[in-house]
Design a protein around this ligand. Structure first.
Ligand SMILES: CC(C)(COP(=O)(O)OP(=O)(O)OC[C@H]1O[C@@H](n2cnc3c(N)ncnc32)[C@H](O)[C@@H]1OP(=O)(O)O)[C@@H](O)C(=O)NCCC(=O)NCCS
Length: 254
């Protein structure tokens, strides 16, 4: 089962988990109820898969760290031409690039920030910012229930992608801090992001940036004909202090 290397949660967490989930309205339909219950079972269950993310928070009210820039990095919003360029590029079949194209073409997100190094026409990195204006878009998304509604002071950043030739040079770190400055200037006070627990590079990137891990998100998928087409069900549980200690797995510098 994906995520089965996670530490077992204690009983208290499990009770809170289902109760909060219920209170949040996940129990409103039968498949959500079943999914919430299945989240509580740690063993493998036939036809049930669970995927786990960590939700991270960055508080923009604090001072952003000053770093000496390594890159001559320019950030701007994408337009249709940029999307066509990315869609024609050699990395178009990478999962995050495909997801980026779907966010634009299918769901209508438009706050895609591109980072350019030097004066080149090709972006070296990108990421979406989802803000209050995007709240209505989650409804159409298979994974939409994963996101909370944004307020005028909060944003979610998703689909971070550094093109391969630019990786492991601190570009994503520099890009994020520059993006945070833009967001802070436009009144955003808190930023969230979700990272799959299997994505070691991204988990390390998030902790290097200074994101604080806050919450587990478990997605339950049930492979039965009647439930297959349903939107994914999610359960949320807080990351407890003691889990910071039991979940370093060499991932967190906490
Ligand atoms: C995750 C990703 C965006 C990182 O981009 P990057 O520009 O290479 O990241 P940076 O060089 O800025 O890394 C910052 C820190 O993250 C960590 N990190 C990044 N990539 C890493 C890797 N492959 N292995 C280990 N640590 C890594 C390091 O701690 C690094 O700091 P350090 O070099 O000072 O130790 C990039 O690997 C990528 O695009 N991956 C595919 C798409 C993806 O998974 N996106 C995340 C979706 S949530």
């Amino acid at each position: 089962m994906p995520g089965s290397d996670l530490p077992l949660r204690n009983r208290e967490d499990l009770r809170l988990f289902s109760y909060e989930d219920w209170r949040a309205g996940a129990g409103q339909n039968v498949s959500a109820m079943i999914a919430s219950l299945l989240c509580l079972i740690e063993q493998d269950i036939p036809r049930v898969t669970k995927d786990v993310w960590l939700s991270f928070v960055y508080d923009l009210a604090t001072d952003l760290p000053e770093r000496r820039p390594r890159f001559d990095l320019m950030i701007r919003l994408a337009g249709d031409e940029d999307i066509e360029r990315i869609a024609a590029g050699t990395e178009r079949d990478q999962p995050i690039v495909r997801s980026c194209l779907r966010f634009w073409r299918e769901f209508g997100f438009r706050s895609l920030y591109l980072g350019f190094v030097g004066n080149g026409p090709e972006p070296s990195i990108f990421q979406y910012v989802m803000d209050e204006r995007d709240n209505h878009r989650y409804e159409a998304m298979l994974y939409g229930r994963m996101y909370r509604s944004q307020s005028p002071e909060t944003a979610q950043v998703e689909n971070l992608y550094t093109f391969r030739h630019k990786r492991c040079r601190n570009l994503a770190l520099e890009f994020e801090l520059q993006l945070f400055r833009l967001l802070k200037g436009s009144g955003i006070k808190q930023v969230r992001t979700h990272i799959a627990v299997r994505n070691r590079a991204a988990l390390l990137w998030a902790t290097t940036v200074g994101f604080r891990p806050e919450q587990w998100i478990t997605m339950v998928s049930i492979d039965l004909p009647l439930l297959r087409e349903q939107r994914k069900q999610f359960a949320f549980s807080p990351l407890r202090e003691h889990e910071h200690a039991v979940y370093p797995l060499a991932l967190f510098r906490l």
